[in-house]
Design a binder for this molecule. Sequence first.
Ligand code: FSX
Ligand code: SF4
Ligand code: F3S
Length: 374
Amino acid sequence: MNDDILNAIETRLGLSRRSFMQFCAAMAATMGLPKGADAAIANAIASSTRPPVIWLHFQECTGCTESMLRAEHPALDKLILEIISLDYHETLFAGAGHQAEAARKASMAANKGKYVLVVEGAIPMKDGGIYCKVGGHTALDLVKECAADAAAVIAIGSCAAWGGMPSSAPNPTGAVGVDEIIKDKPVVNIPGCPPSPYNFLSTVVHYLTFGKLPELDGKGRPKFAYGRIIHENCERRPHFDAGRFAQEFGDEGHRLGYCLYKLGCKGPETFANCPSILFNDIGSGSWPVGTGHPCIGCSEKGIGFTKPIHSLAEPVYITPPESYARIVEEQGQGITLASGATMAVIGGLAVGAGAKFAANLGKKKPEDSSIGKE
Ligand code: FSX
Ligand code: SF4
Ligand code: F3S
């Protein structure tokens, strides 16, 4: 990058070059981009005008905003406000009432088709949506009005992505996620309660750098962040494989850091990058399982706030069998899963039966399977 751009960044963000380049490298790593992408990101942040953002709050706890602005990294809160132009945000706004409403409408009119709409919180549908109103308008009407001219819609947090906690049974207000309402444009879902600020920021930076949203899975989530189950990257996984489990909180196994599966860990059925990206920039272990609590699947629809916290997870990939079946079946016996898969691998089959067997053994990418879709 040339010196002029870096000088401008230093002045504008009040960040050293080193910190800024470290941030760009972290964004590139979060998105799984190849070497050199950090320079493209740096250029985009330095030279793009900040995209205007309208941020709506509905049924939620404001934890998404808190996680974004209270991140321990000294520069993150500043960077967020420097990368985007937060034109409307009810928690952070100094103004209130008609003044705030006027600012939202003015930004939407001035940036028609160019602003990013971020929604935090679920939308109640029951009884005409009367259970959540802002400025006399229902959440339902507001989300429709604000999405109409948005360039992109981001549903931040599990509440906005699929209903989250407000939609827990018996879901008294009929709470749903944004994509149940906005059907004419893609909605990027960034679930988690709260989600990692880096997953949100990386999505925005991707949009700035490449002029388009990142690739999404069947549930509208960026693949770079939700492409793998937590269980695949968990530091306790060797204990799971070896059969060493904590049986109850505070027992010997728990103190030794054994696997939390038997305490209800939902890592085997939850897609998220929590163990690799961690939280709050404080180093290893700073995620739920790292602190000794089972993952409750807060980011996964149908798991978090739905399944009892201490019930056993159903691993989404079939665990390989403990012993292998015969390769050559006796006539008329058919084919077993293990022998079929072994033959498929030996034969180098990539499609048809080979792919099917591979999928059953967990070798198929989640975005191609029905598991990641509703
Ligand atoms: Fe709270 Fe956000 Fe949870 Fe929901 O995060 S942390 S209840 S996902 O919408 O504010
Ligand atoms: Fe980690 Fe949970 Fe999987 Fe155990 S069950 S390895 S604690 S994700
Ligand atoms: Fe939530 Fe589980 Fe990650 S509880 S924060 S999805 S480890």
